[in-house]
Design a protein around this ligand. Structure first.
Ligand SMILES: [Zn+2]
Length: 478
């Protein structure tokens, strides 16, 4: 299998899923793609920090001018009995497939190799990186960017100048200089900028991309055996999918995704809100390996404040069965688990210098200061240094930031999203209606379980800065 990307996926220990670079130099009989021929090719391949080499002298089957023989030291006698381009074409193609073609004045080397392949009807379309452009981009203060100037500027070690492998090695040395100068990440960003063109993942055809609509919806990337890899949403699915592949050169996660994807599926939605809701549902259902996991809300918890007989506001944990988000006035937080709820209360205590004993986090004997007081964390509400009213007020203020909003409407409402309406009641998503009949039907008979992620999405769409149009079921719009 010549494709280096695939080779790498089967390798367990891939520390760097970075692209493979082929540093290339050729010698020729002249500078005209059509008339002149290649006499030598040298390639140094850099894959995962390992360098391999490929080189060959080639019989150009044509005359070599004296001045060029003098420049390169390659004489007709040296080429007698060497293979011609056709004879190494397959081997060369394998050597270059899936790699970024790096050359100095790349148009020259690339042009010759492409023309040579074309003469034998072989297609050759690699991504090409020109080290003149790279040098100009990274070392703009340098006046000249020809190879001799680069050798001088960076003290490169010359082994055999004007021979293919010798010059290819200089390019690799220059690459190392760039890496040291700007770091791997910036270097790859520069490469991405210069190479520009987007390459499709190895297992995805252009026709798959063309079939994805440029409309709003959710898309799903599947790997081998239909294992869900990633779910995303966008108002323009096709360009969003393409942007995943564009980033594959520089973003490791995108590279991984692009190598593993075998199949892309999508669902169009009427608008962005529906896409967000669908995305959240799909991620929960399919649990794709490369999304951040969304948790199911079965251990949902929140705090309620209850004043005890001494007048102390005590936070009480309310868990799943007793929770009615959207209906309960006195409800703070909404956490995925008890543990998260407790962690939040401890953090609030710390931030507002509250007493952990009064909050019920710490047990102390009557009349004794809490541990926090001794380390100046608690201001002393436990021993009367601060009045209970002040403590109560501080706690209420802190928790109010996380107050669960009571459903502000009479019954169900609909939120306009594109040509459809998202039907919602008490922060629960009932469905999408495309007309008023469906809307009333859903509002009447729909039921759904409360879901924390959906709650957050809906809350934003109703009260956020990009407020959606609301339709109340008495027919008024707000
Ligand atoms: Zn205390």
């Amino acid at each position: 299998m010549p494709d280096p990307y695939r080779k790498k996926t089967s390798k367990k220990n891939t520390q760097d899923d970075f692209p493979v670079f082929a540093f290339i130099d050729i010698e020729t009989t002249g500078s005209n793609f059509e008339r002149d021929r290649i006499t030598e090719i040298g390639i140094k391949t850099l894959a995962n920090n390992e360098v391999s080499e490929w080189e060959s002298l080639l019989d150009p089957e044509t005359f070599i001018p004296q001045n060029i023989q003098r420049l390169t030291g390659i004489s007709p006698a040296m080429l007698a009995g060497k293979p011609n381009f056709n004879e190494v074409a397959n081997q060369l193609k394998n050597e270059l497939t899936g790699k970024i073609f790096v050359a100095h004045n790349a148009r020259f080397d690339y042009g010759f190799i492409k023309a040579s392949f074309k003469r034998i009807n072989m297609d050759f379309r690699p991504k090409v990186l020109c080290t003149v452009k790279l040098s100009r981009l990274l070392f703009p203060q340098q006046a000249r960017h020809n190879l001799d100037s680069i050798i001088a500027a960076h003290n490169l070690v010359v082994s055999s100048r004007h021979r293919a492998m010798g010059d290819a090695d200089l390019l690799l040395q220059f690459w190392r200089v760039c890496e040291d100068a700007v770091g791997k990440e910036r270097l790859l960003a520069a490469v991405n900028q210069l190479v520009g063109s987007v390459s499709l993942p190895p297992n995805i055809n252009q026709s798959v991309i063309d079939a994805i609509p440029d409309t709003c919806g959710c898309y799903i990337f599947y790997g081998e055996h239909n294992a869900p890899l990633y779910i995303g949403k966008s108002i323009n699915m096709r360009s969003r999918v393409m942007s995943h592949f564009q980033s594959a050169l520089t973003v490791r996660k995108e590279m991984k995704l692009s190598l593993q994807v075998f199949h892309i599926d999508w669902t169009e939605t009427s608008g962005e809100l529906t896409a967000l809701i669908l995305e959240s549902k799909l991620i929960k259902e399919q649990m794709p390996s490369m999304n951040i996991k969304l948790r199911k809300s079965k251990d949902l918890s929140a705090w309620q404040l209850m004043k005890d007989s001494f007048g102390v506001q005590r936070p009480m944990l309310v868990t799943h069965k007793n929770l009615q988000p959207g209906l309960q006035e006195n409800l703070f937080g909404l956490f995925y688990s008890k543990k998260e709820a407790l962690g939040y209360l401890a953090a609030v205590a710390k931030k507002y210098q509250l007493c952990e004993a009064l909050l019920g986090i710490e047990k102390v004997e009557e009349g004794r200061p809490c541990f926090g007081y001794q380390v100046k964390q608690c201001q002393g509400a436990c021993i009367g240094k601060v009045s209970l009213d002040v403590h109560n007020l501080k706690l209420e203020t802190a928790l109010n930031l996380f107050k669960v909003q009571v459903w502000p409407f009479e019954g169900a409402i609909a939120i306009k999203d594109g040509d459809c309406m998202v039907v919602v009641d008490k922060w629960c998503y009932l469905g999408v209606a495309s007309n008023y009949d469906e809307l009333y039907e859903l509002a009447r008979s729909g039921s759904a379980e409360f879901d924390l992620d959906i709650y957050k999405i809906l809350k934003k769409s109703i009260s956020g800065s990009h407020k959606h149009q609301l339709i109340k079921l008495d027919g008024t719009e707000g």
